[in-house]
Design a protein around this ligand. Sequence first.
Ligand SMILES: Nc1ncnc2c1ncn2[C@@H]1O[C@H](COP(=O)(O)OP(=O)(O)OP(=O)(O)O)[C@@H](O)[C@H]1O
Ligand SMILES: [Mg+2]
Length: 260
Amino acid sequence: MENQKLSRRMSEFNRHTLGFKLTIERLSAGYGAARILHGISLYLKQGETVVLLGSNGNGKSTLIKSVMGLVRPTAGKIFLEEEGELYNLLDHPTEAIVDMGIALVPEGRRLFPTLTVRENLLLGAYRRAARKERVQNLEFCLQAFPALADRQRQLAGSMSGGEQQMVALARAFMSRPKILIVDEPSVGLSPIMVKQVISKIEELKAVHGLTVLMAEQNFNQAIGIADRGYLMVQGEVAFEGKTAADLLNNDFIKQAYLGG
Ligand SMILES: Nc1ncnc2c1ncn2[C@@H]1O[C@H](COP(=O)(O)OP(=O)(O)OP(=O)(O)O)[C@@H](O)[C@H]1O
Ligand SMILES: [Mg+2]
């Protein structure tokens, strides 16, 4: 019954557009007794950059981890519609979700500090399919991140925060994703580095046709590259901006995050 409904909706979707769409529907999730997400609904279409705004502890990472299969939601759906196929992400482990073309740049970067840049990048190709092509993918990746080519032998832990964020982005790129999910890339970075990281994301989009979902607290920068976005407050969507301008003009966002 549910599946019938889903496939009906899928064919409606395909009538209007080609390409894929990731949909999160009435998602609830938490940790043990702590309920964090309360019926969140949002979507991401091919080619878009969507920002998830929200201050500390409002559930951005929990939502992202749910998409990647790292947190098991208690209710709701997450599905990817593509070329007449419908994938229910909740039925799949993280590995399979990465195989579908979704890659995560996790909060806090999560590099292996005592491994070299090259070794960290190669770990981005942990999927069986990607492992076979990891040398080609590394080349592809270093072309996209030429600044890292000369740094391949440097230990990741010895790099600056901004450089580490670039390595984390590059590592996600190693799986040749179509959807890149980036969790708060600007944390701990100087304004100049934030700009560089954000423009790298823009460039990856433009050159490689990536679709991007990005959680950020650095509203000014994030809104700069967003097509649209959502404001999350206490595990719910408090505001949906259909355009970047909607977000900028929202009174709550203006007061709380943009300094007036
Ligand atoms: N593993 C965990 N176990 C228990 N509670 C958790 C766990 N991870 C997160 N939480 C709680 O879930 C809530 C939402 O956290 P989450 O990390 O999703 O927020 P966030 O919006 O990403 O915040 P930030 O901007 O600080 O990264 C917080 O109250 C947090 O303490
Ligand atoms: Mg977070």
